[in-house]
Design a protein around this ligand. Structure first.
Ligand code: DC
Length: 227
């Protein structure tokens, strides 16, 4: 038996940071599914594939891709065909193309099946866009994190600035609006709120506050599952 915490939401809600912290503090295996779509996008871009016109090639690459998530005490590293790509998958080109490749139903099928396998017989926390709706609709805990578009763009802008990535606030906001639109309007596995997910608006909350709120929900559900 495994215990599954599923978290969905758009970018800039603090999903990634909060999930990592909770995983560490509660001893759960953290699976960042966005990093998997990003790795596929990176591989395609490296092979010169830049648009949906080469959909068949993208599907073939997805079917044969080798993605590993290595969990260390402090960090989580992503390996693509044996190479550590944890930093490379965060560029703006990869970010934009990851949303494009994720719109292909056959790609989603491959990724969802990989995600289910990774979680088998483990206590996990998994974050993405379709975890509460498609990957684990029966998860023990289902949470949808949200925040206003302006606040999410502001957070991403500050984060990029810290990493030395040159992108104005307006450019960040525009790119985010487009990605949100595409992610929530695709045919298969769109970003949406599952009927039974608990929605947390993080606009006015700190990372610490959201983290504690979610930990409380997990603890309650964990106790119930053992009763
Ligand atoms: O969470 P992220 O920003 O790292 O995700 C990158 C892209 O991958 C995002 O634009 C949508 C896609 N994605 C998805 O379609 N399904 C998921 N479960 C996770 C991410």
């Amino acid at each position: 038996m495994s215990f599954v915490v599923a978290i969905d939401g758009p970018s800039g809600t603090g999903k990634g940071t909060i999930t990592k912290l909770i995983a560490k503090e509660m001893g759960l295996l953290n699976i960042d599914t966005g990093a998997m779509y990003r790795s596929l996008a990176l591989k395609c871009l490296k092979l010169g594939i830049k648009s949906l016109q080469e959909k068949e090639k993208i599907i073939e690459i997805a079917k044969n891709i080798n993605i590993e998530i290595q969990h260390n005490a402090e960090t989580q590293e992503i390996f693509l065909d044996g190479e550590n790509v944890s930093t490379e998958i965060r560029t703006k080109e990869v970010t934009a193309f990851s949303s494009t490749v994720s719109s292909i139903p056959e790609v989603r099928e491959v990724m969802v099946s990989m995600q289910k396998k990774m979680a088998q017989n483990k206590d996990i926390i998994m974050e993405g866009r379709d975890i509460t709706t498609v990957v684990f609709p029966n998860a023990d805990v289902k949470i949808y994190l949200d925040a206003s578009m302006e606040e999410r763009a502001r957070r991403r802008y500050e984060e990029n600035k810290e990493k030395g990535l040159q992108m104005s606030y307006e450019e960040t906001l525009k790119a985010m609006e487009k990605r949100d639109y595409d992610d929530s309007h695709r045919e298969v596995g769109p970003l949406k709120i599952a009927g039974d997910a608990l929605v947390i608006d993080t606009t006015k909350l700190t990372i610490e506050e959201v983290k504690e709120k979610i930990k409380e929900i997990i603890n309650k559900s964990y106790k119930q599952s053992k009763d």
